[in-house]
Design a protein around this ligand. Structure first.
Ligand code: SF4
Length: 398
């Protein structure tokens, strides 16, 4: 990196690409490296009926955001920035504030999304004001209630709050994020008529189910903007089966990594306005931007292979249908949350984050979780996950 101007040089980019073994996508990376100090033509899509278009690649911020990464994301058009009141104890929002303090002219180009876990009007107001203060801005573009599990959690008070706050100019649009019972939450939101946007888990594993297809279509018809998260559907493609080998080899021949192919699978659905993903380093940012600007589409055989791979490895991935398994354990164990923490550990290699979240579960429940009988939950699980084994693993290792 050039320490004088604090920008990335073309050589830095190429070195980073080489270090990550991204020779297979060197053409788009080379293209990016040529334009490291310029904007690139990031595709955009309309965000529901808001009248606003957003880039198809968003920058997820559950990280201690690096200023250079933010600068480069802005230059390359990944200008949908997703954060939350709770991310990194508020530091994620503070980093955005630091950036906007230095580059205030960028505020109009950045679509800022933040979230609050508060379930009361007073709590939402408190969290929103704190977020605005941290991010040094007068408004956020999209404000989410965080981690909604049932549409009934959004009552008339919250509707009135969203309308009042929009009218007051502190938020432009309102919606929610969801990782549990996503499809039911989306179908419910489509009937409400006052939800502008939803961020939900969506990937090559989840996108083919009838429930998800119906949920996305209902939201599209209702004019709700959709942001996909958890788009990798777990970790990288392994190479222990014929399908996996064929999949990985096939994408490499086409010039993609499997991670890029999974993004492309999500973008195939025109109703998904934006993919929001954590990009912890410049290599992943480059790779994802390269995938976004590269116009090669997946063939129908590519998609069939991804689908087959999803089927063969389905017991590795929790689909978030927590109504099924948690009701079977009388809601004692937060199975869906624990599955997500295990994903942080197994797929992202981030044991610290997994352990931090897991330890927030009260000690009494953690002890109970280790001794629960999960037989009925496992019978109900459409992914055939070994729920008991995984819950005990979480208690033991996290
Ligand atoms: S463990 Fe199974 S039933 Fe429970 S949320 Fe995950 S996929 Fe659904």
């Amino acid at each position: 990196m050039d320490s004088k101007n604090h920008n990335w040089s073309r050589r830095d980019f190429l070195r980073a690409a080489g270090a990550a073994g991204l020779g297979s996508i060197i053409a788009p990376i080379d293209l990016l490296a040529e334009s490291f100090n310029e904007s690139v033509a990031m595709p955009t899509r309309p965000f529901g009926k808001t009248g606003v278009s957003v880039p198809i690649l968003g920058f997820g911020g559950s990280l201690d955001l690096d200023q250079l990464m933010l600068r480069q994301a802005a230059k390359w058009g990944a200008t949908y920035w997703d954060t939350a009141n709770s991310y990194m104890g508020g530091n994620s929002e503070k980093r955005i504030g630091k950036y906007l303090g230095k580059y205030p002219e960028d505020r109009k180009n950045i679509f800022i999304v933040t979230k609050s876990h508060a379930w009361t009007v007073a709590g939402l107001t408190r969290d929103l004001n704190k977020s605005l203060e941290r991010m040094k801005t007068d408004y956020v573009d999209l404000f989410f209630v965080h981690s909604v599990r049932s549409i009934n959690e959004l009552d008339g008070d919250i509707k009135a709050w969203s309308e009042r706050t929009k009218a007051g100019g502190k938020i432009r649009f309102f919606g929610f994020s969801t990782h549990s019972n996503m499809e039911e939450c989306m179908l419910g939101a489509a009937k409400l008529g006052w939800i502008d946007g939803i961020m939900m888990s969506y990937n090559f594993r989840l996108m083919h189910s009838d429930r998800m297809i119906r949920a996305v279509d209902a939201c599209a018809r209702a004019g709700i903007g959709l942001t996909a998260m958890k788009t990798q559907g777990g970790g990288s493609v392994r190479t222990s089966s014929e399908t996996e080998l064929e999949l990985a080899g096939r994408f490499l021949k086409k010039g993609f990594t499997d991670a890029q192919a999974k993004l492309k699978a999500v973008w195939e659905n025109p109703h998904i306005a934006c993919i929001c993903t954590e990009m912890p380093n410049i290599t992943i940012l480059m790779s994802n931007v390269a995938a976004a600007i590269n116009r090669t589409k997946l063939s129908s055989h590519d998609k069939e292979l991804l689908h087959k791979y999803a089927q063969e490895t389905r017991s590795d991935y929790c689909a978030g249908c927590t109504d099924l398994c948690e009701s079977a354990t009388k809601s004692i164990a937060p199975i869906g949350d624990v599955m997500r923490y295990l994903m942080y550990c197994h797929s992202y290699g981030d044991r610290d984050r997994a352990a931090k979240f897991f330890k927030r579960i009260p000690q009494r429940i953690r002890v109970e979780m280790a001794n629960l009988d999960y037989t009925i939950a496992e019978q109900k699980c459409p992914q055939k996950m070994p729920i008991g084994k995984l819950m005990r693993e979480a208690v033991r290792n996290l």
